[in-house]
Design a protein around this ligand. Structure first.
Ligand SMILES: Cc1ncc(C[n+]2csc(CCOP(=O)(O)OP(=O)(O)O)c2C)c(N)n1
Length: 964
C-alpha cells in the first residue's frame, strides 16, 4: 500500500491538466480525457481546487516550474498519479462533507436523547475507501493544515474539529474572507482551546457561582419563580469570555438583551449586580429607589448596568429591562447600541455592540428575531453585528422542538444574514468558552452577526413550581440521572489534576459562606440611588404636572435665516422641476410670513432643533420623500441619483439629522427607535407609520415599552410616533390609526396623544419634545389629504416671538360674535377642516368650533375656560370615526364633567359621527362621501332638540345617522 504519488509539487500540474481539459479537451492526452470523464461533477470541482481554493489561489508561476518530465517518467507513474488523484479527491470530498455536515453527528446534546452518530456523507466508506485504506498517506493539498495524512488521521482531526462538542455551520457564508477565517480559526486548533490551569479554574469558579447561587435561591425561597439557569450554567463562563475578549479588544459598551432564563445569575455574575440586591428583592424589600416611583416589575425583567475591568481596561455592561414578550427586546437593544455608537461617533462600530440571549423556542418562533436580523446590515440600522447566544434547552415551556420549528436547528433564521453558527454542547464548558471567544473575535473583526447555540437542558420545569414530567417524562428521567455541568467539570479537573478535591470543596464552601453573608446584608440593603437619570440622562427630571409648554418659539430673524439656509440647493445639483417649485413655494411662505404649510413647519421644527445642537432622527417606510410626497427631506439628482439632504449640512454647527427609509417592518423598527430614544434623550426620535393603522404591527412595542416603560422600569422616552389618520374614502385600511386604543392606554401621565390641526402647533409640539427637562412619548395623528388643505397653514407669528403649543384651538371671537353663537361643536383633527369649510359655505356665524389638539393629558382647564363663554349653547362632539373608535369614548365623560361644572344648559354632550362599527371605514367611496356629508350636516344644521328626543344612544334614525 503506497503513499500518495501526488504531492504539493506536482498537484499544480494536475490542476493545469484539468484546466486545459475544461478549456479544450483536445489539448491533453486521451488517457487523461478518459480519466476526467469518469469523474462526477462533485469530484471534478475538487480537482479545480488543486489550484488552491477561491480565496487562496496558488500563484501561477508554481505551475510553470513543474514540468511534465519531472513529475511523470513512466506509464506506472501515470497510473500512480491517477490512483493518488482519486484518493485525494475522495479524501477531500470527505473533508468537505465534514465542513458542511459534521455538525449533524456532533456530540451536542448533553442528554444524548437526539444524538445522531452516523451520516452517510460522513462515512469514509461512502467514498469508496475500505478499512484497508485507513493508514495510507493521502495528499490533501494543505487541507486541515496538512500536505499528506492517513485516512485515520484525517478522520480523527475531522471528528475533533467538526463533530465533537462543537458543530459549526459556516459554509453558507458568501464572503471568502469570513469563510476562510472561520475555517482556519477552527481547523488550526482542531476547534479546541488549550486552557491554562488558571483559565480552567476560572471556568470552574464561574460554574460554582452559577450553580450554587441558583441552589441557594431555591433553598431560601422555595417555589418562587426565578426561571433558573440550572442545566445551562455554561452560559456564564461563555459570556464572561465574550465580555473579556471584547474589552481587551477595545470595546467600551455591551448592551445585553435577554429573556427570563438565567437572568438573575447573569445579573449577579456577569453584570456585577450585588447578590444582596437580588436577595433583598426576593425578601420583598421595597427600598430600591428604582421601585419607589414605578409600579415595579418582576425580578426576572429587571435592567441593570455596571462597569467591569479587564487588563486595565473598562467596559460598561448594561442589561435592558424587558417584558415577558419574548424577543421583543431585540430591536430595542439594537436601537440602544446604534444611539450609543452615534453619540460616541463610533463609525466603525468598534466601541459598542449588542448581545442577545435567546431561548430556542423563542428564537425559532418569534418573527421579531427575523426583523432584528433583517436590520443587521441596513443603512440607518446597522450596529456592526450582534452576538446571539441561544440557551437551547431543547424545550419551550412544555413544547418539544418537533412542534416548535420546521427547521433542523432553532438558529436557522441567522442564515439570512450569513452569520456563522456555532452549536456547542453545554456540558463541555471549555468548548462553550472556546466558541464564545471565536464569536467575539468574529464580531469584532467583521462587524457582523454571529450565533452561539448552546445545547443544554432545563433541570426544573418551565419555572420552579412546574412539573415537567407531565409532558416530557423520558427527558426528565434522563435529566434526573444526569450530573450537573459543575459536577462533570469538577470530575474532569480532578482527573487532569488541575484541582484537588479539597480545593474544589473550599471554593464551593467559601462561596456558600459569601452568599450567607449577602443574605444577611440583604435584609437592610438600601441601594444608593436610582440609576435611571445618570449618564446621558443627567439633568433630566420626572415630569411635573403643570402646564409644561416649554419654550418652543423661535426668534423671527433666526427662523427666516434658517428658512433661507434649508432651501438652498447646490448649484450643480439637478433638482426635479416639481420639487424645485415646492422648495420655492416653501421658502416664499417663510419669507412672506404667511401660509406656512404642514411640511414646511415640520422642516422648520427639525431645522431649529438641529441649529440648537439637538439631533433629529426620523425613520419609517419612505419617510425621505414622505408617503404623500409631502416631505422631500431627501432629494435625488435627476442625472445621477446622488442624494442631497438639505437638513444635514445647512449650517456649520448643527446636530445630526438622520432620515432613514426603513425596511418594511413596524415592530422591529419601532422597537429600534424606542431603544434609540432611551439612550439619547437629546435627539428627537420619530417613527412614522406609512399609514397609522400599520402601527398595530408594532403593538407589542407600544404596549410593553412605550406606554408602560416609564412606570415599570423608570425609563423615560421621548419617542414620537407620526400616524397618518383620517377618513378619506380609502377603505377599511389606510384610515384609522386606532386613536381610541392609544387613548385607552393613557393614565398616570404615561404618554401624550395629540391630533393637531395647525402647522404651527405641529412645530411647537415637536420642539416641545426636546425643550423640556423630561421626556414623554408622543403619539401624533397626522394629516394625509389635509396636508395641502388651504386652511392647514399658519402665519409666521405663530412660530415666533413667544408663541407656544396650544392644547385647544378655536377662532378668537369678539363678545359680539360670542353672543351670536348657539352651538359649540367640539372636535379633534381632520374633521375640523371639513366642518369649517361647511360653515364657511353656509356662511353661518352661530356655530363655534373648538378643536382639542392634545387629547392626553386632557386639557381640562383650558377647555373649561373656553366653554364657559358658551354655557347656554348646545354642545356637540363631532367626529368622523365610528362611535366605538376615535375620541368619543375617551372625551365624552371628561367633557360632560366640564359641562356639569359650568352648569351648562346641556349637561350631556351629544355625539355626531359614524355608528359603532366593526371595520373602521367603508370601502365604497360614494358611501364614504355621503356619510361624511351627513356628519357635517348633522353637526352644523340639524335641530338638536329633535335629535336629542330621538336619541337612543346608538343611532339617530330620523337624521339618517351615517351607516357603514
Ligand atoms: C411572545 C411570547 N409568547 C408567549 C410567551 C409565554 N412563554 C413564556 S416562556 C415560553 C417558552 C419559552 O421557551 P424558550 O424560548 O425555549 O425558552 P426557555 O423558557 O426554554 O428558556 C413561553 C411560550 C411569552 N413569554 N412571550
Amino acid at each position: 500500500m503506497n503513499d500518495s504519488f501526488l504531492n504539493s509539487l506536482n498537484a499544480p500540474y494536475l490542476a493545469e491538466l484539468f484546466f486545459k481539459f475544461k478549456e479544450d479537451s483536445n489539448s491533453i492526452d486521451q488517457s487523461w480525457i478518459d480519466f476526467f470523464q469518469t469523474l462526477n461533477d462533485d469530484e471534478l470541482s475538487i480537482l479545480g481546487d488543486f489550484g488552491g481554493p477561491e480565496w487562496k489561489k496558488r500563484p501561477s508561476n508554481v505551475i510553470d516550474d513543474v514540468s511534465f518530465d519531472k513529475v511523470i517518467r513512466s506509464v506506472a507513474d501515470v497510473d500512480s498519479f491517477k490512483t493518488s488523484t482519486l484518493d485525494s479527491i475522495r479524501a477531500l470530498r470527505l473533508i468537505r462533507a465534514y465542513r458542511i455536515n459534521g455538525h449533524l453527528i456532533a456530540n451536542l446534546d448533553p442528554l444524548k436523547l437526539h444524538q445522531k452518530n452516523h451520516h452517510p456523507e460522513l462515512d469514509y466508506k461512502s467514498y469508496g475507501f475500505t478499512e484497508n485504506d485507513l493508514d495510507r498517506k493521502i495528499f490533501i493539498d494543505g487541507s486541515l493544515g496538512l500536505d499528506k495524512a492517513s485516512l485515520r488521521e484525517i478522520l480523527q482531526i475531522l471528528n475533533e474539529t467538526y463533530a465533537d462538542s462543537i458543530g459549526v455551520e459556516f459554509l453558507h457564508i458568501q464572503s471568502p474572507e469570513q469563510k476562510q477565517w472561520v475555517q482556519e480559526r477552527i481547523e488550526e486548533v482542531h476547534n479546541k482551546t488549550n486552557f491554562s490551569n488558571e483559565g480552567k479554574k476560572g471556568i470552574f469558579t464561574r460554574l460554582v457561582e452559577s450553580e450554587l447561587f441558583e441552589q441557594y435561591l431555591d433553598k431560601k425561597f422555595l417555589g418562587t419563580k426565578r426561571y433558573g439557569i440550572e442545566g445551562s450554567e455554561s452560559l456564564i463562563p461563555g459570556i464572561e469570555q465574550i465580555v473579556k475578549q471584547s474589552c481587551l479588544a477595545g470595546v467600551e459598551n455591551i448592551f445585553f438583551g435577554t429573556a427570563h432564563r438565567g437572568r438573575l445569575t447573569l445579573l449577579a455574575t456577569v453584570l456585577g449586580m450585588p447578590y444582596r440586591g437580588i436577595l433583598s428583592k426576593f425578601q420583598g424589600n421595597m427600598n430600591d429607589p428604582n421601585d419607589v416611583l414605578g409600579s415595579g416589575d418582576v425580578k426576572y425583567h429587571l435592567g441593570v448596568s455596571s462597569d467591569r475591568e479587564f487588563g486595565g481596561k473598562t467596559i460598561h455592561l448594561s442589561l435592558t429591562p424587558n417584558p415577558s414578550h419574548l424577543e421583543a427586546v431585540d430591536p430595542v437593544v439594537a436601537g440602544k447600541v446604534r444611539a450609543k455608537q452615534t453619540l460616541l461617533k463610533d463609525k466603525k462600530n468598534d466601541k459598542c455592540f449588542g448581545f442577545l440571549i435567546h431561548g430556542d423556542a423563542a428564537m425559532a418562533g418569534q418573527g421579531i428575531v427575523a426583523e432584528t436580523f433583517a436590520m443587521s446590515q441596513l443603512r440607518g440600522f446597522r450596529t456592526g453585528g450582534i452576538i446571539h447566544f441561544v440557551i437551547n434547552n431543547q424545550i419551550g415551556f412544555t413544547t418539544t422542538p418537533y412542534y416548535g420549528r420546521s427547521a433542523p436547528y432553532c438558529t436557522e433564521i441567522a442564515k439570512m444574514v450569513q452569520a456563522p453558527i456555532f452549536h456547542v454542547n453545554g456540558d463541555d464548558p471549555e468548548a462553550v468558552v472556546h466558541v464564545c471567544r471565536l464569536a467575539a473575535e468574529y464580531r469584532n473583526l467583521f462587524k457582523e452577526d454571529v450565533v452561539v447555540d448552546m445545547f443544554c437542558y432545563r433541570r426544573s420545569g418551565h419555572n420552579e413550581a412546574d412539573e415537567p414530567s407531565f409532558t416530557q417524562p423520558l427527558m426528565y428521567k434522563a435529566i434526573k440521572n444526569h450530573p450537573t455541568t459543575l459536577k462533570l467539570y469538577e470530575k474532569q479537573l480532578l482527573e487532569e489534576k488541575i484541582l484537588t478535591y479539597e480545593e474544589s470543596k473550599k471554593i464551593q464552601i467559601d462561596f456558600k459562606n459569601f452568599l450567607d453573608a449577602e443574605f444577611e446584608s440583604a435584609k437592610s440593603y438600601k441601594p444608593n440611588k436610582a440609576d435611571w437619570l445618570d449618564g446621558t440622562w443627567s439633568g433630566f427630571k420626572t415630569a411635573s404636572l403643570d402646564e409644561r409648554k416649554g419654550k418652543t418659539s423661535v426668534n423671527e430673524d433666526i427662523l427666516r435665516s434658517i428658512g433661507d439656509q434649508i432651501h438652498k440647493i447646490p448649484d450643480n445639483f439637478n433638482i426635479h422641476k416639481r420639487i424645485k417649485k415646492i422648495f420655492n413655494d416653501r421658502l416664499q411662505s417663510i419669507r412672506n410670513g404667511k401660509n406656512i404649510d404642514w411640511s414646511t413647519a415640520e422642516t422648520l421644527a427639525f431645522a431649529t432643533l438641529l441649529k440648537e445642537g439637538y439631533g433629529v432622527r426620523l425613520s419609517g417606510q419612505d419617510v425621505g420623500r414622505g408617503t404623500f410626497s409631502q416631505r422631500h427631506a431627501v432629494l435625488y439628482d435627476q442625472e445621477n441619483e446622488n442624494r442631497f439632504v438639505p437638513l444635514r449640512h445647512f449650517t456649520k454647527e448643527q446636530g445630526l439629522f438622520e432620515i432613514v427609509d426603513s425596511f418594511l417592518s413596524e415592530y422591529g423598527v419601532l422597537g429600534f427607535e424606542y431603544g434609540f430614544s432611551q439612550t439619547d434623550p437629546k435627539t428627537l426620535v420619530l417613527w412614522e407609520a406609512q399609514f397609522g393603522d400599520f402601527s398595530n404591527g408594532a403593538q407589542t412595542i407600544i404596549d410593553q415599552f412605550i406606554t408602560t416603560g416609564e412606570r415599570k422600569w423608570l425609563r423615560m422616552s421621548g419617542m414620537t410616533l407620526l400616524l397618518p389618520h383620517g377618513h378619506e374614502g380609502q377603505g377599511p385600511e389606510h384610515t384609522s390609526s386606532r386613536l381610541e386604543r392609544f387613548l385607552l392606554m393613557c393614565a398616570e401621565d404615561n404618554i401624550q396623544v395629540a391630533n393637531c390641526t395647525s402647522p404651527a402647533n405641529y412645530f411647537h409640539i415637536l420642539r416641545r419634545q426636546l425643550l423640556r427637562d423630561f421626556r414623554k412619548p408622543l403619539i401624533l395623528m397626522t394629516p394625509k389629504s389635509t396636508l395641502r388643505h388651504k386652511g392647514n397653514t399658519s402665519p409666521i407669528d405663530d412660530f415666533t416671538n413667544g408663541s407656544t403649543f396650544h392644547r385647544v384651538l378655536r377662532k378668537p371671537l369678539s363678545q359680539k360674535q360670542k353672543d351670536k353663537v348657539t352651538r359649540v361643536v367640539i372636535c379633534s383633527g381632520k374633521i375640523y377642516f371639513e366642518l369649517q369649510d361647511y360653515i364657511d359655505e353656509l356662511n353661518k356665524d352661530d356655530i363655534h368650533l373648538v378643536r382639542i389638539e392634545q387629547l392626553y393629558p386632557f386639557p381640562y382647564n383650558t377647555l373649561k375656560n373656553e366653554l364657559k363663554n358658551f354655557s347656554q349653547c348646545e354642545f356637540i362632539w363631532c367626529q368622523e370615526e365610528p362611535k366605538n373608535m376615535g375620541c368619543w369614548i375617551f372625551v365624552h365623560g371628561r367633557i360632560n364633567s366640564i359641562l356639569k361644572k359650568l352648569h351648562s344648559q346641556q349637561d350631556r354632550l351629544l355625539y355626531i359621527g359614524r355608528r359603532a362599527a366593526a371595520s373602521p371605514a367603508t370601502g365604497v367611496f360614494a358611501r364614504h362621501l355621503a356619510n361624511q356629508k351627513n356628519i357635517l350636516r348633522l353637526a352644523i344644521e340639524a335641530n338638536l332638540k329633535e335629535i336629542e328626543s330621538e336619541w337612543d344612544g346608538v343611532s339617530l334614525v330620523k337624521y339618517k345617522l351615517p351607516i357603514e
